[in-house]
Design a protein around this ligand. Structure first.
Ligand code: DLL
Length: 437
C-alpha cells in the first residue's frame, strides 16, 4: 500500500472543467499584468489583445506569440517587471552560455504560490512532518536551494539547509541527524555513494528513505541504479527558474511521470521547428505559462526541453496530467559526423551496465576532417584488480551497445573510480573540443 498524501486534495483532484475555469480566470489576470509591460503591450496589441477582456477562453492563449530566452535577455534587467520595485521581495537569475542572465522578480504572493506548489510536490511523495530533509542543492540565485527549502518548511519537515558540496560533511550530517529525505542532483547522488566507504560509512548508518532528483537530465536507468544502491525511492523533480524553479512537475508515490501542477502551470507541447501544438503522447518542446505570476509575467515560454504529456490517468487520483522524463533539450543535440546524437542516449546505454561506476563523460574532438567521440566511463575498482581481459571484453560490450544505439563508432575509455571530474551541482557531461565554425 503506497502512502499517499495530498496538500490540497480539492485542487489536486479537481475535474478538468473546474480546472479550466479556474485557469481562465487566472489567465485573464495574468494578461492584465503582462499589459503593464512595454514588451507585452505591443506584442499583445499586435494580436488584438489590449485588455484582459479580450481573453474569452483558454484557446485564446494560442493567439499569443511565444516568449523565448532571448526575449528575456533583451529585457535584462527590469524590462519585464510589471509591478513597482517596492513590491518585489526577491530576485532570481539563471545564467546561460551567453553570460546575460534571465531575471525573474517575485512579489510575496509569487513566492507564496511557489512555496505552496513545492509543498504539494513534497506531500505527493508521502513525505511530511515526520521527515528530516537535507537540502543539498545550492542556495543563492539558483532556485534549487531556496525553492525546496520554503516548501519543505511549509510542510513541516525538519530542514537542514546544507547547500551543495562538502561531501564528507554532508555524509556526517546525514548520519548524525538521521536524514530521511534528500534533495540533490542525480550526478551528485551517485558521487555521494562512491564516497561512503572513504568516510567509513555504510548504508546501515543512515535512515534515508527518499531522494528528490532533478535540475539536470538523467535516464530511467540512472534512477534505478540510485534506488538500488541506496535502497530508497527516488522521485523525479522538474522545474526551471523562469517558471519559479523546482515544483513545476513532480512525481507522486506511483513514480509514473511527473504531475504538472496545471492550475498554475499551463503546459503545451509544440513541434520545436514549426511551433505547432502536439497532442498528448507526442514528444515535443515544453512551453509553459505561469498563470499566477505577478512581478514577471511570462506568456508561452519556450523551455527548449523535450518531453511528452503522458496519456491516461494516475492511480493516485490526481487529475493534473503527467510529464514524461525530459529526453533532452532542443539545443543539446550533438551532430557527430552528420549523425544526430542526444547525450541521453549515451547515458541510457552506459547506466544499464552493472559493471559501470558512478561517473561518465562524453568527449568530442576533431580528428582531421572528422569528429571523434570518446566516452569515458568509471568502472568499479574490482575490475582493475582481476583479469585484464575482462576489461577489454567489457569495453567491447559497451562499444557494441553504443554503436547499436547511436549508430556511430565511439572510442570507449575505462577509468578508475574518482578519476573523472565531479560536480556538486549540475553535471557537465559533454566536453566538446571541436572547433566551432
Ligand atoms: O534547475 C530548477 C530545479 C532545481 C529543478 C532543482 C529541479 C530541482 P534552472 O537552473 O533554470 O532551474 O534549469 C532549468 O534544468 O530547463 C531542464 O533543462 C533542466 N532540468 C531541471 N529539472 C530536470 C529534470 C532548475 N528533472 C533546466 N530532468 C530545465 C531533466 C531537468 N532536466
Amino acid at each position: 500500500m503506497k502512502k499517499e498524501t495530498f496538500w490540497d486534495k480539492k485542487i489536486e483532484t479537481a475535474d478538468r472543467k473546474i480546472l479550466d475555469s479556474l485557469k481562465l480566470k487566472q489567465l485573464k489576470r495574468l494578461v492584465g499584468y503582462a499589459l503593464r509591460t512595454v514588451f507585452y503591450k505591443s506584442r499583445l496589441k499586435a494580436v488584438g489583445i489590449s485588455s484582459p477582456r479580450d481573453i474569452r477562453s483558454l484557446k485564446d492563449l494560442a493567439r499569443i506569440p511565444f516568449t523565448t530566452k532571448d526575449d528575456l535577455r533583451e529585457c535584462y534587467p527590469n524590462g519585464l517587471l510589471s509591478v513597482p520595485m517596492s513590491r518585489v521581495v526577491r530576485i532570481h537569475t539563471s545564467s546561460g552560455t551567453t553570460g546575460i542572465p534571465t531575471v525573474i522578480h517575485h512579489t510575496q504572493k509569487d513566492l507564496n504560490s511557489w512555496t505552496d506548489l513545492v509543498a504539494r510536490s513534497i506531500s505527493a511523495t508521502g513525505a511530511g512532518k515526520q521527515d528530516i530533509f537535507q537540502n543539498m542543492m545550492t542556495y543563492g540565485m539558483f532556485t534549487g536551494g531556496l525553492g525546496l527549502h520554503y516548501g519543505a518548511e511549509r510542510v513541516g519537515m525538519t530542514v537542514i539547509p546544507m547547500g551543495g558540496g562538502n561531501t564528507r560533511r554532508q555524509i556526517q550530517i546525514m548520519r548524525d541527524f538521521g536524514t530521511t529525505v534528500l534533495h540533490i542532483t542525480p550526478s551528485y547522488m551517485l558521487h555521494l555513494y562512491s564516497m561512503l566507504s572513504e568516510c567509513g560509512a555504510t548504508l546501515k548508518d543512515f535512515k534515508l528513505k527518499k531522494a528528490y532528483l532533478g535540475a539536470e537530465p538523467y535516464s530511467e536507468d540512472t534512477r534505478s541504479k540510485i534506488e538500488k544502491m541506496w535502497q530508497i525511492d527516488a522521485y523525479n523533480s522538474y522545474g526551471l527558474s523562469e517558471m519559479n524553479g523546482p515544483g513545476v512537475a513532480f512525481e507522486c508515490v506511483y513514480k509514473t511521470g511527473m504531475h504538472v501542477w496545471e492550475d498554475v502551470y499551463h503546459v503545451e507541447i509544440v513541434d520545436p521547428k514549426t511551433g505547432e501544438l502536439l497532442d498528448d503522447g507526442l514528444e515535443g518542446e515544453l512551453v509553459f505559462t505561469n498563470l499566477l505570476r505577478e512581478a514577471t509575467p511570462l506568456l508561452r515560454y519556450r523551455t527548449r526541453d523535450m518531453a511528452a504529456i503522458l496519456k491516461g490517468s494516475c492511480p493516485c487520483g490526481r487529475t493534473h496530467r503527467r510529464l514524461s522524463r525530459i529526453t533532452g533539450r532542443t539545443d543539446d543535440m550533438l551532430i557527430i559526423n552528420g549523425v544526430n546524437v542526444y547525450p541521453s542516449q549515451i547515458e541510457s546505454v552506459v547506466m544499464k551496465m552493472p559493471e559501470v561506476g558512478n561517473n561518465y563523460q562524453i568527449c568530442l574532438e576533431k580528428d582531421g576532417a572528422l569528429d571523434s567521440l570518446t566516452v569515458k566511463i568509471e568502472i568499479s575498482s574490482r575490475m582493475f584488480q582481476g583479469d585484464l581481459g575482462l576489461i577489454d571484453r567489457l569495453k567491447e560490450r559497451i562499444k557494441e551497445s553504443l554503436r547499436a544505439s547511436i549508430v556511430i563508432n565511439p572510442r570507449v575509455e575505462l577509468h578508475e573510480p574518482g578519476s573523472l571530474p565531479v560536480f556538486e551541482g549540475k553535471a557537465k557531461r559533454v566536453v566538446d573540443n571541436r572547433i566551432k565554425i
